[in-house]
Design a protein around this ligand. Sequence first.
Ligand code: GLU
Length: 497
Amino acid sequence: MTTTKIRTRFAPSPTGFLHVGGARTALFNWLYARHYGGTFVLRIEDTDLERSTEESVDVILEGMRWLGFDWDEGPGPDGDIGEFAPYFQSARLDIYKSYIKKLLDEDKAYPCYCTPEELRQRREASLARGEDPKYDRRCADLIQSEREALALEGRESVIRFRSSDEGSTVVNDLIHGEIIFDNAMLDDFVVLKSDGTPTYNFAVVIDDHLMEITHVIRGDDHISNTPRQIQVYEALSFPLPEFAHLPMILGSDKTRLSKRHGATSVTEYRDAGFVPEALDNYLALLGWSFSASDTLFTTQELIEKFTLERVSKNPAVFDMKKLEWMNGVYIREMPIERLTELVLPRLQEAELLPHEIDAETRQRVKQIASSLQSRLRTLADFVPSSRYFFTDEIHYDEAAVDEFLYQDHIPEMFEMLHAGLKNLQAFGESDIEQVFRGVQKHLGMKLGEVIQPVRVAITGTRISPGMYEVLAILGQERTCRLLENVITKVKTELSKA
Ligand code: GLU
């Protein structure tokens, strides 16, 4: 048992959105730190100046906040927070250069003057000869005067790490166990580019060391980078952190999860009406499990239960249906006030509610939310399933209208209902039910034969919460008005026939 305080990090490159795989990596790092009372660091790996953007940083931070992954060190509202700042790699270039200098001084790295075009030609030539296309070390043993001559030609240089060719590098992975890499497979990779920026494999080692990261937890697409990084750790006499490579996430067709499989960015899930606690719960199960049968965990339970021993090395399959089911569970179980707050902006965006809303409207939305709560899979479902509560412009399912409304008995039946409902003194669910039952008896019909046409008339669809409840929420005046509108619509249609 180690007494070192656990420090994990999530180190996204801000070249796009926060995708599901990145969010899962962030979650596991966060859970691991929280489980052991450690520290979670957020470091922005923005050394690729061309591809990194501020918008991407914003989207990533926003996604992290939305998912609830608070970081102890990293970007803050007014600059970086934490004793190892800065946490943006672009602000650490001098640090990397000082370590590059150390490697150069110790002859563990060397400048390389080969141009990209020369490298390409030689790589192709090796491939054509059936040889390994790795860097041929042409610049590895230049003497100072040769370097100066190449520089005088106007050639730019990169710095390459002098990799060991012999023996092997062993990665002791907490999830995959021991992985042995033959050093002959590794080439003298670039550590500093000609524009003065470090490469990922170099900067990541310097930062993980200086930021005292104890556990490097990341996707297993990085496994092949790890032996290179270990060689840099060794060259600089840095102690190794623990490594844990998380299993790949696959789509339903068992290929790596990508856009083809649907939404991959966290923001898209938020906009599609997923709630963060459901996404956290679902992401946790992408590679981790507690038992074969337990799937629902609050965030607090995840923190309590999460350990790396329970992370699998086998790929995880992203199952949209299961995520939707889980989201529905979280929506059903959330306090009605929270659901109300979550759906209000969606109704405003759909222009079903004005931007300023009074207490009475809020109360009504709460009633509607409560009647629909058990039926929602996503928050986005709320708008189409509640439209009719807010507007007289009903979106009709034409097939349902043909089947249930354009029938000869409907005008009379609706007129009876209308008269009964209009006369009610109180407009509660049981009062409304009385009227329905009265009409049903009078006409000698089944209750469903009265209710279903009303449902289609009022909601435009075949599916809705209980009709008495819906009408009670709509109120007497609107119910009667909507029935009047429908009676006119049906009579007009029938007169055409
Ligand atoms: N910036 C790297 C990435 O986004 C970080 C990988 C790592 O965690 O070491 O893939």
